[in-house]
Design a protein around this ligand. Structure first.
Ligand SMILES: NC(=O)c1ccc[n+]([C@@H]2O[C@H](COP(=O)([O-])OP(=O)(O)OC[C@H]3O[C@@H](n4cnc5c(N)ncnc54)[C@H](O)[C@@H]3O)[C@@H](O)[C@H]2O)c1
Ligand SMILES: O=C(O)C(=O)C[C@]1(C(=O)O)C=C[C@@H](O)C=C1
Length: 289
């Protein structure tokens, strides 16, 4: 006989790629009773019901979270603290609030103190995604075999943390516990910098005007593989760049040093040093495959 699900009523604020994929896998695993979708775009929410991703929806966050024992926020990062402030006074004791935002320090420090007695906030970030957005882009296996970083603080309730960790394990992820400050530096390096480079590369090539045609149309495998992530949602990346500004700038400066030294090696036509630079990079990249 099936024991009771991990979550009775799940409220998902922002039913897009991240929120929709979590809803799908928790339902597939039988670990959720009812799923309520909350958002601003009614067409997307209607689609979410049609696809069976949520059972019902609300355009009003306060009404939507009524009776929820777990609230998952999956809207662009800059909107998360304000939405949390709006819903917090209306949450039932025992409710756990968590998020999937790509930046943690500012979200956790803003949201944790907003929780009323008996309600707990736990920051989270699945290191999984695609360049596509919206509920139609969501799929149940998104989190399988991926890491999810969870960022408790000294004030985090152990039971709330255990529930969030279990939720990501049910989704198929390996959970890694990390402090918010380290999290923001790590993702600035392994996720935010690559997006900044990809967006810049596409604009640099698209803006190259030596010829009277846009040469980007000649791009093939190399350019396309490298720049897949430049097709990601601009509003999501605007928010990440704004909220993780300091760490992103630090990584962009760090990257600029490496790019400048590579430029030097090319300018000096230093073949052995170029080969060493490329070999070191290839070995590092091959080690993560
Ligand atoms: N896309 C990725 O690869 C990825 C990976 C990990 C984490 N994240 C994080 O997850 C969150 C969601 O990203 P996504 O890719 O699912 O985006 P998405 O665009 O697919 O979904 C976001 C949803 O939130 C809704 N929304 C936006 N602002 C809102 C507001 N103020 N109130 C209510 N609803 C609002 C949108 O209408 C949309 O349905 C972001 O914080 C992002 O940083 C994204
Ligand atoms: O695979 C992609 O398309 C992603 O951009 C996913 C990706 C990343 O790896 O950078 C993007 C943002 C996140 O917060 C986590 C994961």
């Amino acid at each position: 006989m099936k024991t009771k699900p991990l979550i009775n009523r799940l409220a998902i604020i922002g039913v897009g790629l991240i929120g929709g994929s979590l809803a799908r896998i928790l339902r597939d695993q039988g670990e959720v009773g009812e799923i309520v979708g909350i958002g601003r775009g009614e067409a997307n929410l209607r689609k979410a019901v049609e696809l069976g991703v949520v059972d019902r929806y609300s355009l009003d966050p306060v009404a939507g979270v009524a009776g929820a024992d777990l609230v998952f926020l999956a809207t662009p990062v800059c909107s998360i603290p304000a939405i949390t402030a709006e819903i917090a006074p209306h949450l039932a004791a025992g409710c756990v609030v968590t998020d999937g935002g790509s930046v943690k320090e500012e979200i956790v420090s803003a949201c944790e103190p907003l929780m009323p007695p008996g309600v707990h906030f736990v920051g989270g970030h699945p290191i999984a995604g695609t360049e596509h957005s919206g509920v139609e882009a969501s799929f149940a296996s998104l989190y399988a075999g991926k890491r999810c970083i969870v960022t408790p603080t000294s004030r985090t309730c152990p039971d709330a943390l255990a529930k969030v960790v279990r939720m990501w394990e049910v989704a198929g992820s390996e959970v890694v516990v990390m402090g918010t400050e380290k999290h923001d530096r790590v993702v600035a390096a392994i996720s935010h910098l690559p997006h900044m480079v990809a967006y810049s590369l596409v604009n640099a090539v698209g803006g190259y005007d030596r010829f009277d045609e846009n040469i980007i149309r000649y791009s093939a495998g190399g350019f396309r593989d490298f720049t897949r992530i430049a097709s990601s949602d601009p509003a999501m990346w605007r928010d990440i760049a704004l909220m993780n500004r300091e760490a992103v700038i630090e990584m962009m400066d760090h990257f600029a040093k490496y790019f400048a030294s590579l430029r030097e090696l090319v300018a000096e036509a230093d073949g052995p040093a170029l080969e060493r630079f490329f070999r070191e990079s290839k070995e590092s990249r091959d080690s993560i495959l």
